[in-house]
Design a protein around this ligand. Structure first.
Ligand code: MN
Ligand code: MN
Length: 337
């Protein structure tokens, strides 16, 4: 008697990747939860794409709890399956993908040393030439990730968020979830001309964050312009900005309307619907994607668990376009050697 799907369905994936994908055919409520039911593999040299948890929220100013994000996203990610219903991409056939576990935080009370711990973890991923896809964590984690993966040249970024996260400081700290992308520009990690911020809205006490984004040359698409352009128009605009250069994707769940994603630190009404965000992410097909993150899922504020499901699903959407990009580069590299 077969339990769940017949294993043969994933046989080719198993052969191609030399990884154990039998978990895909096991009952989804069973076993130890990993991202997307992939195997737990700590050695990045065996991978093309590493799924990483970053359970850290000391950069969160008001409502924390994002440290619990990776565990809940892992749990809800057992709902995702292999083949994308629109693009028909099966990321697991294109790339070797596994859960690399969580970044360890031996000095969790010290924000800047913890950021250094994050960078150290992603250094090993970059050295193995692996693309990371991470689950936060508050948005401050994107800066130490970029410090590891943007060492060769400044990268472009598609940043989906209600907030520009380009403030100079909050409560006297320069390293919070409201400041990562200002620091990233100052440190030469981001090429602001190739950065697009999408979904911006909500009152601020000062205009300095918005002003920095515009003055540095980023393209800022407020929610009102998003509605006017429509998803296809926004995709055309972002592709024109990012071009063919290496591009990171950073997805803050507060970009979504809190009707869809209430479990987050800084909810702002008047946001994107889930289907708009999914279509937007599918519009990244063909870009030179080097990694991404989904941040700001805060399970203590997520009473229904739906925000973690939304976070897991957006992670899967990014995984599909990232896997296609990584596989294309691998193919070109093989042809050249
Ligand atoms: Mn953010
Ligand atoms: Mn935000």
């Amino acid at each position: 008697m077969l339990l769940g799907n017949p294993p043969v369905e994933y046989g080719t994936t198993f052969m191609a990747n030399e990884l154990d994908y039998t978990s895909m055919s096991a009952p989804r409520y069973s076993g130890i939860p990993t991202f997307m039911r992939t195997p737990l593999i700590r050695d990045p040299s065996k991978l093309d794409i590493a799924l990483v948890g970053v359970p850290f929220d000391a950069g969160s100013e008001n409502r924390p709890g994002q440290r619990h994000g990776p565990r809940e996203i892992r749990n809800m990610s057992s709902m995702t399956r292999s083949v994308h219903h629109v693009t028909k991409i099966n990321p697991y056939e294109l790339c070797r993908i596994a859960d690399m576990g969580d970044v360890p935080f031996p000095q969790a009370f010290d924000l800047e040393r913890s950021h250094a711990d994050i960078t150290r973890f992603y250094d090993t991923i970059r050295e193995a030439r692996v693309a990371p896809l991470s689950a936060g964590g508050d948005h401050s984690i994107s800066l130490p990730i970029l410090r590891a993966i943007a060492v060769e040249e400044p990268v472009g970024m598609v940043h989906i968020d209600a907030h520009t996260d380009t403030c100079d400081e909050e409560l006297g700290s320069r390293f919070t979830h409201g400041t990562p992308f200002r620091r990233a520009v100052e440190e030469g990690l981001l090429d602001p001309k190739r950065v697009v911020q999408i979904g911006i809205r909500g009152a601020q006490n000062s205009e300095e964050g918005w002003a920095f984004s515009l003055d540095s040359g980023m393209r800022v698409i407020y929610m009102e312009e998003f509605s006017q352009l429509g998803v296809e128009g926004v995709i055309a605009e972002l592709r024109c900005r990012t071009g063919n250069g290496p591009t990171y994707v950073s997805f803050d769940v507060d970009s979504l309307d809190p009707a869809f994603a209430p479990g987050t630190g800084t909810p702002e009404i008047g946001g994107m619907t889930t289907i708009e965000a999914q279509r937007l992410l599918r519009g990244l097909r063909g870009l030179h994607l080097i990694g991404g993150d989904v941040v700001e899922v805060s399970p203590p504020f997520d009473l229904s668990g739906n925000t973690a499901l939304v976070g897991a699903t957006m992670m899967y959407e990014i995984l599909c376009v990232l896997a296609e990009a990584v596989a294309q580069r691998k193919q070109i590299a093989t042809r050249e050697t």
